[in-house]
Design a protein around this ligand. Sequence first.
Ligand code: FEO
Length: 391
Amino acid sequence: MKARKVSDGVYWMGAIDWDRRLFDALISLPDGTSYNAYLIQGTEKTALLDTVDPSRAEVLRAQLAEIDNINYVIAQHAEQDHSGSIPMVLEIFPQAQVVTNPKCKTMLIDLLEIAEDRFITVQDGDILSLGDKTLKFIYTPWVHWPETMVTYLEEEQLLFSCDFFGSHLATSDLYADEGNIYRSAKRYFAEIMMPFRTVIQKNLEKLNKYDIAMIAPSHGPIYLRPQFIMGAYQDWVSVDPRNLVVLPHVSMHGSTAKMVEHLIGALVEQGVQVMPFNLVVADLGELAMALVDAATVVIGTPTVLVGPHPLAVYAAFLANALRPKLKFASIIGSYGWGGKAVETLAGLMPNLKVKILDPVICKGVPKTADYQALDNLAASIATKHQEHNLV
Ligand code: FEO
């Protein structure tokens, strides 16, 4: 694909990775992704803002073959899906210099072995003039690495946001279709940004001081209406969760499955929304998305070798790592002769500042008293949600 014009002197470059299905050997990409670079041509200088994943370097090389010169390669983030082709660009344009912040410079030297004399470092708020175009660098730490920054093209009020506001979506659309992009952007937030939602709140406040006409992220399409994605982020990082229970579960011989089925019905009767995820087949990205809004997580697990099922361990580990705005947690499940499934799972979630509601653990198949205990758990969850005015 060739470069595509965004505005006078500003072009999208990069690659659409239609077939990629896994990121960091961890995050599933059901809709592929893109690595967006941007060419900014001023009357005096030309800058390339970010590059592409090394696996797509040749696509960028073909686009750059149409360009006379690059003076600056701006690195907003050291992760290799954006920085990994910087060495190639420096090889093609031997006079080009890498413009980045000191922390990112150190990481780029560590990760890519770029020579120290190729760098120009900038501080928060520094300006780089390209002639008739002015770039301002704004530090936005922890979206989602410590060195991340964004770049504001003052004359166009155009914000290049790198991972911030991005989406893993392969599409031929240069601009976001708001009807389609929401779920991709939310999934991206859930999987990548949610652990940093407190600092993201601060970065949103920092960006709110700027007049922004367009947001051009480094993954997914460009936003012509910035308030759409900035408003969504504001909602996702807000303090209050919704009246929602997320219920990841796994069952070996059906007893825990019966408990899960009963709890779902009891929660519905109590007016609580519930999203169950059978961990044997669940898309963990969908689970992460559900955790963005949930007030309560209940993990359903059988006891295996005196502990929780490994899939339940994975779910607890994931919830703990993503640090969603959960307020309550509980555990339900069945055991055969003993074990420490509850203690083990609860111990895996120290990052979650949640109140643990009484677990319901039964021996063998659930019986009348166990179903009553599940009804009580549902009632307790409903009461807690009402006390916090969750809707
Ligand atoms: Fe898209 Fe953090 O790299």
